[in-house]
Design a protein around this ligand. Structure first.
Ligand SMILES: Nc1ncnc2c1ncn2[C@@H]1O[C@H](COP(=O)(O)OP(=O)(O)OP(=O)(O)O)[C@@H](O)[C@H]1O
Ligand SMILES: [Mg+2]
Length: 468
């Protein structure tokens, strides 16, 4: 693509001359004799380089320079003048000009100056783009959700973040536990410090201790050099211990001591080191049961569980599932260079009624696949994975001995209630009666299933009907 140079000179013949010179150098040159119009054009459509005359009646080149840079600080401006005085050059540079040339202009010199300016502009935009890319994970870290279940989570994050309290995050696989941990860190006074994460299940038991607490040089065969542990590394920030429920009992005892003393002793060292890290942990296990079964130390449990955040499974977030689906669609469509993509109503209905056992991660993968498959600007049922397409929300009982089909009793109750309302043509009062529920109790359950805020716009609601 040709680079665009805008020429501003109140003398039309100069404009024509510069245009011709620059077009010969391979640029797309446009020109105007009015600085005001130049400003308007730049506001409408940015250009790569501006070449302007200095002495113009409507507005002089210095003022134009300042005004362009006020709104488009990245555009390089080359100022051209008839009177080659040092003063004019200095004022032009002070006004933020990129270069200064005196008439009569030599085609070659103009070409060189514009080339340098254009390159400067390209590099600047590239740096800016890279900087945005680097900071993108932060914006990808937004916790999408407006259901009452997720509002409670957001509220807890906001309330606990400013304190130093240890936070235990509990939730099924793929619900976004790590995202919540990052959100706690990002909203805390330690946000400028490091966020250090380790998955306790992924690190072999014998290495976990040196990972966390560090080791001295020569502490064991592989310890060729000294290593700072993650507790010290996370000082000033947050240490996130993921899958804490998988930590071996022996390690749990060591962790407890470290948390009590707020000091670690690297393996093979006789020096203890202070650390100042806030602890956030996560697990998909029910640690209370593990405590009862003596698989998890009770004293450690109380230590890490000062505040507990329960991240709800996706199927309990009502219309959030569609919000998340379009959020992921937008992200993947942008990444793959496709235009705006939307969900067909049938696809939205399938997504809403599927049980999403793999939670947000499963939805994210399904949307990535759908974007890759989509032929038009709409995601249709055909673009969804088989299991989502063929899932029947009204199937309660196991059709085969497939453990994957097992759902919780609460989920069965939810599906049964919907089914009953559906076969009664949406008559909720009658449904409550047949189900042996108080009418208000039924409404409360429906609200809980659908998430208070979205429940009017949810397609499921349409399927169920709103008659009373
Ligand atoms: N509310 C949300 N908004 C946006 N993205 C989300 C949300 N929840 C989860 N995600 C995305 O879903 C994926 C899974 O989230 P995450 O890794 O935090 O889950 P997890 O609970 O730690 O899973 P696991 O138990 O498997 O470790 C990530 O890509 C995350 O960015
Ligand atoms: Mg995780």
């Amino acid at each position: 693509m040709k680079e665009h140079v805008l020429i501003v000179d109140d003398d039309q013949s100069q404009c024509d001359l510069f245009s011709m010179m620059l077009e010969r150098h391979g640029y797309l040159a446009t020109s105007t004799t009015s600085p005001k119009e130049a400003l308007e054009r730049i506001a409408r459509e940015p250009c790569d380089v501006v070449v302007t005359d200095l002495g113009m009646t409507e507005m002089d080149g210095l003022e134009l320079c300042e005004r362009i840079l006020g709104t488009s600080p990245d555009v390089p401006i080359i100022v051209v003048t008839g009177q080659g005085s040092m003063d004019a050059a200095i004022s032009a540079m002070r006004a933020g000009a990129y270069d200064f040339l005196t008439k009569p202009i030599d085609a070659k010199i103009l070409g060189l100056s514009v080339a340098r300016a254009a390159q400067h502009h390209r590099l600047n935009s590239e740096v800016k783009r890279l900087r945005e890319e680097v900071s993108a994970p932060a914006s990808e870290g937004v916790v999408v959700g407006e259901s009452s279940a997720m509002k409670r989570v957001a509220d807890l994050i906001a309330r606990v973040a400013p304190s130093e309290a240890s936070v235990l995050i509990h939730g099924e696989t793929g619900t976004g536990k790590e995202l919540v941990a990052r959100a706690v860190h990002a909203a805390s006074p330690r946000q400028a410090g490091p966020f250090v994460a380790i998955n306790c299940a992924a690190v072999p038991a014998n290495l976990l201790e040196s990972e966390l607490f560090g080791h001295a040089r020569g502490a064991f065969t592989d310890a060729k050099s000294q290593r700072q542990g993650l507790f010290v590394e996370a000082s000033g920030g947050t240490l996130f211990l993921d899958e804490i429920g998988e930590m071996p009992l022996e390690m749990q005892a060591k962790l407890l001591r470290v948390l009590q003393e707020r000091r670690v002793r690297p393996i093979g060292s006789n020096q203890e080191v202070d650390f100042d890290a806030r602890l956030v942990t996560a697990t998909h296990r029910d640690l209370e049961v593990d405590v009862e079964k003596r698989r998890f130390r009770e004293d450690l449990f109380y230590r890490i569980n000062v505040v507990k955040i329960d991240v709800p499974p996706l199927r309990e977030r009502g219309g959030d599932v569609l919000k998340l689906a379009s959020y992921f669609l937008g992200r993947f469509a942008e990444r793959s260079g496709k235009g705006k993509l939307s969900l067909s109503p049938q696809a939205a209905e399938r997504i809403l009624s599927y049980n999403w056992a793999g939670n947000v991660r499963e939805l994210e993968n399904a949307m990535e696949r759908a974007v890759a498959l989509a032929r038009l600007d709409q995601i249709t049922v055909e673009d969804l994975p088989d299991r989502v397409r063929s899932y029947r929300a009204d199937r309660f009982l196991l059709s085969a001995d497939d453990p994957k089909e097992v759902v919780s009793l609460e989920e069965i109750e939810r599906r049964y209630i919907y089914r009953v309302i559906k076969i009664l043509g949406g008559n909720k009062a009658r449904a409550a009666e047949l189900l042996g529920l108080d009418r208000r109790t039924l409404y409360r359950r429906l609200e809980k299933y659908e998430g208070r805020t979205n429940h009017r716009s949810s397609p499921l609601e349409g399927a169920v009907g709103d008659t009373q």
